[in-house]
Design a protein around this ligand. Structure first.
Ligand code: PNW
Length: 483
């Protein structure tokens, strides 16, 4: 094999940003400290039967107390950036539908210190303002089905940008509104666990509105900062040749990609999506002027990519295939798609059951470049869960996670394929830095390049972490793997 420094290596553009990503509820713990109040994920994870193993984020990786140790590990790996999220319930713990309530200085102080320590270690912070931990009080007042949630989000975003904007270059308004809307309100496998398709589409709109209002608030509070939005987009494809297969592609593409991209980047909702979903909702929650508010200038589009989306028209007779990894057969996240199925693909799968398809990443980045030329792209998440085993090593434990390293190598090569074909991708954040609370799967799925022993909070660098360090150091991805 070759190391990243070796002859068989492909270089990334100079200045390419290399990082890892986490999210507050998945790593922080300390859920009742320094004035934090519950979010929808506290409620959901403490509801029996919702999360695998009854796991909760009460302690998680204890990152709230161990962030200095974690930053030291990042520094040792040579990482140049860290994407983390701010827990809204730490910042405005008394928020209600009609008022933001007082700012909790202790909550802000935690993130301010985190930013300072990162900068001191030579690591650039990238801040996600909403990674799914909605204050419970807002859910009680309708959550994302209510436009007041979007209004309060913008106020909260302005507070955080005002406090950190002198040191933080990049603010990401929302992480994956697709998950918040469809997994939270249609399939119910994420908090708040509702299963109402009409509510999911109302949530789509109010999340889009939250992005637009939040983007404007960030600009006012931190005029020098870059505003980004992170979406989980997919290159939707079919292996079927029927007209109905092509129609299934168009509809799923509409719900996954265009219903978020079009309002933000073009100022309109796709007419076909409105028509496809007309039996579910009349979209009357979209008010005059909303699309102008959503259509704010965007500096960077964050792209999260894990696996492909492959569809075909369901003939209505054989059992409907649902191999899209969303984990709920009774309630689909795909509203108005009862005649679409998600066939099982041959080939490699991760521990999530998600198919491995690096080419889908290249195609996705190239499509974004083609359809939105000039828009800077940032890979804000990519990575894989595998069933890691810690083995005894000479000094400390070791994790020989060959499959994760191969996944990362192949996806970095896929990013580089897109870059070489002209896509303006400026950085890559690996999901995740640490093993963490994987939402409905609890701690049973490990995405980290750093292993966490949850009983002791001991961190162990996996082989993939050392491999990633060599990639970052060389600014290049090797064409082959050692051993
Ligand atoms: C993303 N799906 O979640 C999130 O941004 C992370 O917090 C999470 O840990 C990571 O990906 C790995 O799951 C997703 O069902 C959750 O398609 C579910 C889906 C996609 C992304």
């Amino acid at each position: 094999g070759e190391t990243a420094e070796g002859a068989g290596a492909r270089r990334f553009p100079p200045g390419f940003v290399w990082g890892t990503a986490t999210a507050a509820y998945q790593v922080e713990g300390a859920v009742a400290e320094d004035g934090r109040t519950p979010s929808i994920w506290d409620t959901y994870s403490h509801t029996p039967g919702r999360v695998a193993g009854g796991d909760t984020g009460d302690v998680a990786d204890d990152h709230y107390h161990r962030f200095r140790e974690d930053i030291a590990l990042m520094q040792r790996l040579g990482l140049t950036s860290y994407r983390f999220s701010v827990a809204w319930p730490r910042i405005t713990p008394q928020v209600g539908a009609d008022a933001l309530g007082p700012v909790n200085e202790a909550g802000l102080a935690f993130y301010s210190t985190l930013v300072d320590e990162l900068l001191a270690a030579g690591i650039e912070p990238a801040v996600t303002l909403y990674h799914w931990d909605l204050p419970q009080a807002l859910e009680d007042a309708g959550g994302w089905t209510s436009r007041r949630t979007a209004e309060r989000f913008a106020e909260y975003a302005g507070v955080v940008a005002g406090a950190l904007g002198d040191r933080v270059r990049t603010f990401i308004t929302l992480n994956e509104p697709w998950c918040s809307a469809y997994l939270g309100y249609a399939s119910g496998v994420h908090a708040p666990g509702r299963t109402e398709p009409a509510a999911a589409l109302a949530a789509v709109h109010h999340l889009n509105l939250a992005h637009g209002l939040g983007a404007a608030a960030v600009r006012r509070a931190a005029p020098g900062a870059r505003v980004a939005l992170t979406l989980n987009l997919a290159w939707v494809r079919t292996e079927g040749a029927r007209k109905s297969d092509a129609d299934a592609v168009r509809r799923v593409d509409g719900l996954q990609n265009r219903v978020f991209l079009d309002p933000v980047l073009r100022g309109s909702y796709p007419a076909d999506v409105l028509a496809d979903t007309a039996a579910v909702t009349d979209w009357s929650f979209v008010r005059e002027g909303d699309l102008a508010l959503i259509h704010q200038p965007l500096d960077v589009l964050g792209v999260n990519y894990y696996s492909p989306t492959v569809v075909r028209a369901w003939d209505g007779t054989s059992p409907r295939a649902e191999a899209d990894g969303h984990g709920n057969s009774a309630h689909s996240p795909w509203v108005a798609c009862a005649d679409v199925e998600f066939p099982e693909l041959p080939g490699d799968k991760t521990a999530m059951g998600w198919s491995v398809d690096p080419r889908g990443m290249t195609e996705l980045l190239l499509r974004l470049h083609r359809e939105h030329p000039g828009l800077e792209l940032l890979v804000t998440e990519n990575g894989a869960a595998y069933d890691d085993v810690v083995v005894a090593g000479p000094v400390t434990g070791q994790v020989h996670d060959v499959e994760r390293t191969r996944y990362l190598r192949d996806h970095l090569a896929a990013v580089l394929d897109a870059v070489e074909a002209g896509a303006p991708v400026t950085g890559y954040y690996l999901w995740s830095f640490l093993d963490n609370f994987e939402w409905g799967y609890g701690f049973s799925k490990r995405f980290g390049i750093v292993h966490v022993d949850y009983a002791t909070q001991e961190r162990t660098l996996k082989d993939s972490a050392l491999w990633y360090a060599s990639v970052v150091g060389a600014n290049a991805v090797p064409t082959a793997l050692r051993g």
